[in-house]
Design a binder for this molecule. Structure first.
Ligand SMILES: Cc1cc2nc3c(=O)[nH]c(=O)nc-3n(C[C@H](O)[C@H](O)[C@H](O)COP(=O)(O)OP(=O)(O)OC[C@H]3O[C@@H](n4cnc5c(N)ncnc54)[C@H](O)[C@@H]3O)c2cc1C
Length: 394
């Protein structure tokens, strides 16, 4: 395994993380699934426990108080964290892409006000790109505007799927500031505290069985923030967004490995103990095919994720590698959980196992941070330019 970058140090850390996730996080999952306030207190206790055990914020850059673990090593850790949907909140890795963005583009004052408390787990961020009226997969269509009036930006617009806005301290709002510039230089990112007058949470959108949740529709009605809240330069919104989305996508893929591996283990256990038509399910060719195909898909996704992480550690933006793993990983996750549910029969769609919850979350993965089709388009366009030498593995 060492040839894939798993050092003894990371292996030991992974063991400690596994113990924390298995013994402290997974047992309290049913409480979180009930989506009531009881879960909030338990989550605070888990965060404190992770901090005490030095498992907190391990993937955040070291300069801002994190563990500074490189992407490749973090694949091994995040796979373990991702076994539980709540693992990333419990160990302070939920908002890593936002902290990377603020670390790269934030002013000293912005870092002090938003980045430090974010890494410490005291506040949560949110990001507003997607708008209901225009296709989110083509962000050049965004209609939210910001104009400078004296020393303030005045923002007007309508966003939705601003995840976490109802619990966040701020939203990084992407808006049109340079209408006469070329298409990709028209937008800027501005930090908007969620308690600013005119920032309205219209509703928490019910999605796939969640009536609570945190995917918000928001309106920005003449929202006024100081001009210093601009993140990065004017017209650099897409550059800033890309620096957040690249790491964000690979962090998702790492977590999905954990979710898929857990579903896989549940599928195997069930197949070995359920008896039908004269033998255990595990002895039937069709079920063995589910197991073999799932194992192949998980391992392929794991190696592709490690490869993307390697490229990022080498300072590459890894556009092709990340697009590949985003659509492949999301499909793999969906397939593996689907097969695990199938092997469980009716039990698989009940809340008596975590599979039905995992399946609903997995379905989102093929849409958020860019739908599958858009990532396939990115891969194909880039590789078509030079199919032989353009391949990153060539
Ligand atoms: C759970 C969840 C959380 C999210 N969190 C956030 C968040 O925090 N902040 C935020 O700003 N956004 C968030 N989003 C929004 C997400 O990023 C968008 O949904 C996504 O970018 C797609 O935009 P859209 O929904 O407008 O779909 P559209 O752009 O309308 O696309 C619809 C469908 O068209 C097809 N399509 C699009 N382009 C192409 C193409 N070029 N070729 C072929 N087919 C294509 C795809 O099948 C796609 O699913 C979240 C979404 C979900 C589901």
């Amino acid at each position: 395994m060492s040839s894939y970058g798993l050092t003894d140090e990371v292996r030991a850390l992974r063991e400690r993380m596994k113990k924390f996730i298995n013994e402290e996080v997974i047992p309290v999952e049913p409480m979180f699934m009930r989506e009531n306030t009881e879960g909030h207190h338990v989550l605070q206790e888990l965060k404190q426990s992770a901090k005490r055990q030095r498992l907190w914020a391990l993937g955040h850059p070291q300069e801002i108080g994190g563990g500074g673990i490189p992407f490749m090593s973090f694949v091994y850790l995040n796979e373990i964290i991702g076994r539980s949907h709540w693992g990333q909140v419990a160990v302070g890795s939920l908002s890593m892409q936002d902290s990377i963005m603020l670390h790269l583009y934030g002013s000293e004052a912005q870092k002090e006000r938003w980045l430090k408390p974010l890494v410490a787990g005291e506040i949560l961020p949110s990001v507003g790109l997607t708008e209901p009226e225009v296709a989110g997969s083509d962000p050049t269509l965004m209609q939210t505007t910001a104009v400078l009036d004296g020393d303030s930006w005045v923002i007007n617009g309508h966003k939705w799927f601003t995840s976490g806005a109802n619990v966040a301290a701020f939203t990084t709002v992407f808006c049109l500031t340079e209408p006469d510039a070329p298409r990709h230089a028209r937008f800027s990112s501005i930090i908007v505290p969620t308690d600013t007058p005119g920032y309205e949470i219209v509703r928490v959108i019910p999605t796939m069985g969640h009536t609570g949740g945190n995917h918000c529709e928001i309106r920005l009605n003449d929202v006024r923030v100081p001009r210093e809240n601009l993140l990065g330069k004017r017209g650099e919104g897409f550059v800033v967004a890309q620096k957040r989305l690249g790491p964000g996508r690979i962090f998702h893929c790492m977590r999905w490995l954990g979710q898929a591996q857990r579903a896989f283990e549940l599928m195997c256990e069930r197949a070995k103990t359920r008896f039908a038509h004269g033998s255990f399910l595990s002895e039937k060719g069709e079920i063995q095919r589910y197991i073999a195909e799932s194992a192949a898909e998980i391992q392929a996704a794991r190696l592709m994720t490690l490869d993307a992480a390697r490229a990022m550690d080498e300072g590459d933006e890894a556009r092709v590698e990340i697009a590949l793993i985003k659509f492949w990983g999301a499909r793999m996750l969906h397939n593996v959980i689907d097969r695990a549910i199938q092997v469980h029969g009716a039990l698989g769609v009940t809340a008596d196992t975590p599979l039905e919850f995992m399946y609903r979350e997995a379905r989102y993965g093929r849409i958020y941070d860019g739908p599958d089709e858009v990532h396939r388009m990115t891969v194909a366009r880039r590789l078509l330019r030079d199919p032989v030498n353009g391949a990153p593995w060539a």
